[in-house]
Design a protein around this ligand. Structure first.
Ligand code: FAD
Length: 432
């Protein structure tokens, strides 16, 4: 059954979210507007401003919508989550106010799935309560997203308190380590094992001796020497953690990372649909507001073509994200995995092309810091890299598709017309 309708009760919730985001969340974007400011739990003024809003969201039963009810979340379907995230994705602060911001949402999911009761009590609960933020520490400076060249190790040792692991290595782009209470560090524990069984995950409190933030790297539109970047370059030097700091079984780190990143990619895509719709709305407003001697921009064909292309691209993107979400709801994880890979690639492409188009359409104003477009363009570039570059996702999509395909039986392709014609002629002989 194909059904694109929304239940009236859920539509009422979406309407509440839309109004709340416009009236209460957008002002946060305008005042607390450093890039990634929404992760800074040390900013007392911002924390004081969002607390009452988070309470209002909780009262509506909309807190942490990606988590099940037993974890204080709403337990909505993925298709419903897509609709919520589209609204939140129009703002920087929306995800934080609703307790669903990356990377904390994905980190919470893996602690929930693989964590022991003690780990959940120590890390998951404060994370779900929005009291702390966390960090996923996987990428390495020499290795990018290719685990085959990762070098961070964790080695068993005897410590004063019993069995321990000693972690050594460097991690690049450990987002928000500067504000995080703990890091989830992926390290080699079984160097001789095949790639899929070589790594384990560790929960490392940020104040563990040996954890050092070399520097907090900023993105290219952030001032180089301000120290305001939040992409932390982290060194682990003889970092000793107890045996029970391991998250999930030994050798399971690669699988855990895959689980974590797949869901996270879809959440990013859902929010990016909202961002792309916002870009389209901005372009439309600009087109009918800006006048030339020949009339408004909207009267020119080149602008009309851009508006039409943008509307088509956003709708294609939205439907693809909805379809991936629907596959997840059906429990078809294999098909969803490919669909999420496609969404990941399309997120970067659609978002980047639309943000460049929107900047150009806004002329000189479009490239100032007086519009959100610069930030949105940077975010679009981030979408093509974070959680793996688009190319690697394309390889995986192609591999999964090609796995199912058989080679042509004869010398020519199976669609070769002269080869197929005799059989078709025979089948239709009585009419010929
Ligand atoms: C804003 C942001 C936040 C991030 N947050 C985190 C985080 O919290 N935790 C974390 O662990 N990591 C994080 N990352 C890191 C992210 O996972 C990596 O940037 C990504 O995996 C790519 O690695 P790299 O940047 O070293 O690029 P590289 O691996 O050097 O890739 C550069 C380019 O080379 C090409 N390329 C790479 N590999 C292949 C290949 N196999 N085949 C063909 N072409 C290829 C692609 O064009 C790619 O764009 C973040 C990145 C960004 C930008």
């Amino acid at each position: 059954m194909w059904d694109f309708s929304t239940e009236p009760e859920f539509q009422a919730k979406l309407d509440w979210i839309k109004e709340f985001v416009r009236e209460e969340v957008e002002p946060l974007d305008l005042v607390f507007n450093k890039f990634c400011h929404s992760y800074d739990v040390t900013d007392a003024k911002a924390v004081a401003a969002i607390k009452p809003l988070q309470e209002m969201v909780k009262k509506q039963g909309l807190w942490a919508p990606h988590m099940g009810p037993h974890l204080g979340g709403q337990g909505v379907s993925m298709v419903q989550l897509a609709q919520i995230n589209e609204i939140l994705g129009r703002t920087d602060w929306g995800p934080r106010v609703f307790g669903s911001q990356a990377p904390d949402s994905g980190n919470a999911e893996i602690i929930h799935t693989y964590g022991t009761e003690a780990q959940k009590a120590r890390y998951l609960q404060p994370l779900l309560d929005g009291e702390i933020v966390s960090c996923f520490s996987m990428t390495e400076p020499q290795g990018g997203s290719d685990p085959g060249v990762f070098a961070t190790t964790a080695v068993r040792a005897k410590g004063a308190g019993g069995d321990e692991w000693v972690i050594n290595g460097e991690k690049w782009y450990s987002s928000n380590a500067c504000w995080a209470s703990f890091l989830i560090c992926m390290a080699i524990t079984n160097p001789e094992a095949p790639l899929g069984e070589r790594f384990s995950m560790f929960l490392v409190p940020i104040d563990t001796p040996g954890v050092e933030i070399i520097r907090n790297v900023g993105l290219f539109h952030e001032p180089l020497y301000s120290g305001e970047g939040n992409e932390s370059y982290v060194r682990y030097t003889n970092v000793r953690v107890p045996a029970d700091a391991m998250l999930g079984p030994e050798g399971h780190g690669f699988k855990t990372a895959q689980d974590r990143l797949a869901g996270g990619r879809l959440h990013h895509a859902m929010r990016s649909v909202g961002a792309c719709q916002k870009l389209l709305d901005m372009m439309c407003e600009r087109a009918v507001s800006r006048n030339t001697t020949r009339g408004p921009l909207s009267a020119t064909q080149s602008i009309q073509l851009q508006i039409a292309d943008s509307a088509i691209e956003v709708q294609q993107f939205r439907l693809m994200v909805m379809h991936a979400a629907w596959l997840m709801d059906q429990g078809d994880h294999a098909a969803a995995y490919t669909a999420i890979g496609m969404c990941k690639v399309l997120t970067a492409k659609t978002y980047r092309e639309m943000s460049v188009r929107a900047m150009h359409m806004h002329g000189s104003l479009g490239i100032t810091n007086e519009l959100p477009l610069g930030n949105m363009f940077v975010t679009s570039m981030v979408m093509g890299l974070a959680d793996g570059p688009s190319e690697t996702h394309k390889f995986n999509i192609a591999k999964r598709i090609l796995r199912e395909v058989k080679p042509a039986e004869g010398l020519f392709p199976s669609t070769h017309i002269p080869s197929r014609q005799p059989a078709a002629r025979e089948k239709l002989a009585k009419y010929l």
